[in-house]
Design a protein around this ligand. Sequence first.
Ligand SMILES: *[C@@H]1O[C@H](CO)[C@@H](O)[C@H](O)[C@H]1NC(C)=O
Ligand SMILES: *[C@@H]1O[C@H](CO)[C@@H](O)[C@H](O)[C@H]1NC(C)=O
Ligand SMILES: *[C@@H]1O[C@H](CO)[C@@H](O)[C@H](O)[C@H]1NC(C)=O
Length: 304
Amino acid sequence: MSQRILLQSSTGALFLLLSWSVGLVIGEVGTNFSNCLNFFYNETPPTWDKAPRYQPICQRYKNQYRFASLYDRQHRAPLFSAYILSPAEGKRPNSIWKYEPQLAFSRASPEMKRFNISVDQNVIESQAVLQDYRNSNYTKGHLNPSMHQKTEEDREATFTLTNIVPQRAGSNSGPWSRLEEEVLRRFKAYCEGPMYVITGGMPYESGAHWINNRVSVPEYMWSAYCCPSYKAGLPESVQQFFPTYAAVGRNDRNSGEEIVPVKMKAKANIRGYDVRRMPLDTLEGILQRRLAMPISLFDVKCQK
Ligand SMILES: *[C@@H]1O[C@H](CO)[C@@H](O)[C@H](O)[C@H]1NC(C)=O
Ligand SMILES: *[C@@H]1O[C@H](CO)[C@@H](O)[C@H](O)[C@H]1NC(C)=O
Ligand SMILES: *[C@@H]1O[C@H](CO)[C@@H](O)[C@H](O)[C@H]1NC(C)=O
C-alpha cells in the first residue's frame, strides 16, 4: 500500500478529528490504515508524517469498521477523520462518549470503551477525556458528524473523543452545521456513488491554543469531499461542485480575514464563525501553507 505524504507538523500546531459511541465499540490502533482503506478514495489515504505522534485509527464498533481517523497524540485530538457519507435514517443518538484504550496500552483489547467514572491515569495521559471539555467554553465538534451516517450503529460510532475537536458553539451549531447539511443535500441530489469525505481542524500558525492545557484547539475547521460518480448533465450552476469541493470554517471570531472573511451582518451569536466554500485546490493550498508540506487529500484529485 502506498501512502503519500501529507500531514506533517510544521510549527507543532496541527489538525484534528474523530469519534464513536455506545455499547461494544472496538477500535483498532495500528501503524497504518490497512484495515480500513475502503474509507479513502482509491484506497489511498492522504500522506502524513510517520512520526509516532500520529496514530492511525480504524474506528471499529460492534465488529465493523465505521470510519478512519488520524490521531495526533501531542494535541490529544484527531488531525482528520475520513468517512463515506450516507444520510442518516434516524435521529441523533444519545451521546454516550467513548475513548480508545489502545492509545493508552498498545496491547489493550481493541474494544472501544465508554468512559467510566474513574478514568485510568494512562488513558488521561494518552488522549482527551470528558473533563477537558467541561467548562472549556468549547463544544465537542464532530469531524465525522453523526447525521452523515446511515445506521444507528454508524451514528453511535461517531461519539468517540478521537473524532472530536474543541469547536465554538457559534460554529458547531451555526455555519458549520449549515455546511454539513448542504453537503448532505448535494450528495442526495447529484451523487451517484460513494462520497468520500475528509474533515479536520487547522492549527493556529503560531501560539497554539489549548483547553485545560491539554487539548489543542483548531483555528479553523476544514472539509473536502470527493464524489467520483455524479449525475450526467449537471446544471451549469452545479458543475463546479463535482467531483470535488471544499470549505474552511472559522473557529475563532478574532482571527484575521485573510482565509475566511466575516459577514458583519450575521446574527451576533454566529458572527465571526463564517464558512468559506472553495475548490479543493484552494483548500489544499491553504493547508499546504499552514502546515508547510505538500498536501493531496484525494488520489488523482478524485478524477476517475
Ligand atoms: C500495516 O500494518 C500491518 C499490521 O498493523 C502490517 O502487517 C503491514 O505490514 C503494514 N503495512 C505497511 C505498508 O506498512
Ligand atoms: C470503573 O472503574 C472502577 C474502579 O477502577 C472499576 O472497579 C469498574 O470495574 C469500572 N467499570 C467499568 C464498567 O469498567
Ligand atoms: C469561559 O467564558 C466565561 C465568560 O466569558 C469566562 O468568564 C471564563 O473564564 C471562560 N472559561 C475559560 C476556561 O476560558
